[in-house]
Ligand binder design. Structure first.
Ligand code: BGC
Length: 748
């Protein structure tokens, strides 16, 4: 641009004039505009007041800007403004003239996603289901807090984590991203994680609302479930999570629910979420989950991601024509602004910094150590005694270099790339299993320095069995990979691992199996091995955590947040319903997003098991299971005594737990309740728990106040929770199938 001539001629004059303006006039003008013209920057005002003040200043175009993202290659058109994105899954342009920053969103289920391709680093925590297996609310808080800190360090101010869909269908490829099959456990744990995250001044979300319980045909499927069952199961997990954490956002899911897409479902978004639960945040679509403007807006959808197929020009036209009332539009905008003020992303924006790698390792390891579940331990096979074990065979695919992680939009990038791909091909790709560089072989060697530790991949089961035969102990690391975008073909371990385990177990009676899975698997060999550990997807420091459990430096204390069935024949549905051809988008076409937005032919999935999710199903149907919900062994033993239940609005349950073994440990003490017959509910439900630490021989009194809602049924006619008067049995113990204490009280 040519410089103006007069400025060239009179440079001195211009210099002094500018100095004067910038030194004296400008700062005071800025201060004035901050102090007076931007009164919403006063953090003493409530988030609602601040949001209302900003709202008044916005033009229609600015309002619309806040209601959609700026695009994603392949899934929607890109806005030139997307250049200001931080490289995450979503970016919303802010209103800089009013001091409102953009929203930088990143997937962050078990750590911050896309760090590798953005040249950054993230900690991979154990998968979310592992976090749930700890039953440790404080641990869940730390889980969320770590993710919040790393998001901020990488320049993000919003997380897309908080997955809490119930494990209604254990073959769901995203089971690892969720919190198990019980609504109270899942809701409390996700709530605590979101609280930890939002305490770092990051917008949190909870997803995928609702009933996105299978991946197959997720953009087309219509899920049928009656209202009472939905409110008492899948929706209850969201209700509790939202009540606990007041999340900034709820992500509506891809699927239809009882006829309408979740993202334009008035019952879900307005009647339940915004009215009954008094949710104050905003609803954003899953990526490409919007299907209309006026209908969705009226139903309660606030924000479209990743682009503006409906919530751009189309929404603007609908507002201008009066189809979408101005008050409705303003409510969408107000919710977003309010959430930004409430969470602190405006008062305390993220500052980029170096991620604390060692700190992350320590948190990941601690969480994994409290999440590993000891499923079997015959003749006290574990912990391994280094003074007695002289030779160890470490067996299993890639157990020399890494441990598997969960895929899809939850995927955290491993430092240096996938541990099993050849150099140069180490980048994370969609639908490709990623192994984290946390080596079981190395960790076992480090513990058993005096022993011979040899590795066999298990590719040839006969060779692995031969090595096992000549070793004191065989440890098999078996895995099952899961990812968004697919469901498991079955609950069996892939790659002939069942056969491998059976052959190794036949060769060595001291065979230990360590499972790296995202959820339940079947174990035809369970009776043949001496010990089984469920390590889930174990995170950045997984192998050290597993070794600490194997060798007894840490006493296991995780309990199953999901039932492990004996066989798939025992599940409510023996197969996952697959979409017919016409319900599958053509991914080869460049405008696949248009097909999805326009709506794919629905196909039906009917959850006629209703409220009987997980253990409630097996209990009601009297089906024996392999390992029950809430189950997990320790290297010590616990006894339960002295139960006292005091009736009242929130019944008070008190009992004593004693460590009857000879080493310290943690016990998850669980409280279940049976409702009166008139309630017509499954035999029992979890209503509370407490994780307690006990030294050898120590006893502790545990007290739990049971929330009345957890004892109630949902009355659809009254649209309210209702306590059915009558006799309630309270049962206490260490798993859903080991409940030595019982007391019946009358509640009304
Ligand atoms: C997933 C969401 C995710 C979003 C953005 C979708 O495919 O279902 O969980 O947050 O992508 O990556």
């Amino acid at each position: 641009m040519p410089l103006r001539k007069e400025l060239l001629v009179k440079p001195c004059w211009f210099f002094f004039f500018s100095l004067f303006v910038f030194t004296f006039l400008f700062p005071s003008a800025i201060a004035q505009s901050r102090g007076k013209a931007q009164p919403w920057m006063n953090s003493k005002l409530s988030p609602d007041e601040r949001a209302s003040m900003v709202l008044k200043e916005l033009t229609l175009d600015e309002k619309i800007t806040l209601l959609h993202g700026t695009g994603m290659a392949g899934l929607s058109p890109m806005s030139p403004l997307a250049v200001n994105s931080n490289g995450g899954a979503g970016f919303v342009v802010g209103i800089p003239r009013l001091g409102i920053p953009g929203i930088q969103m990143s997937d962050a289920a078990y750590g911050v996603r896309m760090s590798g391709e953005n040249g950054r680093y993230s900690t991979a925590l154990p998968s979310d289901i592992a976090g749930a297996a700890s039953w440790d609310l404080q641990g869940a808080w730390e889980y969320g807090a770590l993710i919040g800190r790393e998001l901020r360090a990488q320049g993000y101010n919003m997380s897309l984590g908080g997955g809490v869909n119930l494990t209604r269908e254990p073959r769901n490829g995203r089971t690892f991203e969720y919190m198990g099959e019980d609504p109270i456990l899942a809701g409390k744990m996700v709530g605590s994680a979101i609280k930890g995250l939002q305490a770092q001044h990051v917008l949190g979300d909870i997803k995928h609302y609702a009933l996105n319980d299978q991946e197959s045909g997720r953009n087309a499927v219509n899920v049928n479930l009656d209202q009472r069952a939905a409110r008492e199961s899948d929706l209850l997990a969201f209700e509790i999570g939202i009540q606990e954490s007041d999340p900034a956002a709820v992500m509506c899911s891809y699927n239809r629910v009882n006829g309408d897409y979740a993202c334009e479902n008035k019952y879900l978004l307005t009647d339940v979420l915004k009215k009954d639960w008094k949710f104050k945040g905003f609803v954003l679509t899953d990526w490409g989950g919007a299907h209309s403007a006026a209908k969705a807006s009226a139903a309660g959808l606030d924000h479209e991601e990743p682009g503006w197929i409906f919530y751009g020009d189309e929404l603007k036209k609908e507002v201008e024509s009066g189809n979408v009332p101005k008050a409705e539009l303003d409510d969408h905008v107000h919710r977003i602004l309010r959430a930004m003020f409430a969470t602190g992303v405006i008062d305390d924006p993220p500052e980029r910094s170096v991620v604390d790698v060692e700190g992350g390792f320590a948190v990941a390891q601690k969480i994994e150590e409290s999440s590993i579940v000891l499923l079997k331990n015959e003749e006290a096979q574990l912990p391994l005694d280094v003074s007695k074990v002289h030779s160890i065979a470490v067996i299993g695919p890639h157990a020399d270099v890494g441990m598997i992680s969960g895929g899809g939009s939850a995927q955290v990038d491993p430092p240096g790339g996938n541990a099993i791909l050849p150099p140069g091909k180490g980048q994370t790709r969609w639908l490709e299993p990623v192994w984290f560089p946390t080596s079981p072989l190395k960790s076992v060697r480090a513990k058993a320095a005096g022993a011979t530790v040899q590795f066999d991949s298990g590719a040839d089961p006969a060779a692995a069995a031969a090595l096992a035969k000549t070793s004191d102990v065989a440890i098999i690391f078996a895995y099952q990979w899961e990812s968004e975008g697919m469901d498991l073909p079955s609950l069996s371990l892939p790659e002939h691992q069942d056969d491998l385990i059976a052959k190794v177990a036949a060769a060595n009676p001291h065979t230990v199996v360590v499972l790296e899975t995202g959820g339940p698997v079947t174990m035809p060999w369970a009776g043949q091995v001496s010990a089984i550990l469920e390590a889930w997807y174990a995170g950045s420091r997984g192998s050290d955590a597993v070794a600490n459990i194997l060798f007894g430096d840490v006493n296991p204390s995780g309990k199953l947040p999901v039932t492990f069935p004996r066989s798939e024949a025992d599940l409510p549905h023996t197969t996952v319903v697959q979409p017919p051809r016409e319900s599958v988008p053509n991914y080869m076409q460049h405008d696949v997003w248009k097909q999805i937005a326009a709506g794919l032919t629905p196909f039906q999935v009917t959850y006629d098991e209703g409220v009987k999710v997980g253990y409630k199903w097996y209990d009601a149907e009297k089906k024996p299971v392999l390992f029950p919900f809430g189950f997990g062994l320790s290297y010590t033993t616990f006894s339960y005594s002295n139960l006292r239940v005091t009736a009242g609005k929130n019944p008070h349950v008190a009992f004593t737990v004693t460590n009857t073994g000879n080493r310290g440990g943690c016990e998850v003490a669980e409280v279940y309740a049976s409702l009166p017959a008139a309630a017509a509910e499954p035999p029992k439900r979890l209503v509370g728990w407490s994780k307690i630490q006990l030294k050898a021989g120590e006893s502790k009194e545990v007290t739990i106040d049971v929330d009345q809602k957890y004892l109630s049924i949902f009355n659809v006619e009254q649209n309210a929770w209702q306590l059915i008067p009558g006799e309630y049995a309270f049962m206490v113990g260490g798993s859903s199938q080991s409940l030595p204490l019982k007391e019946v009280v009358n509640l009304n």
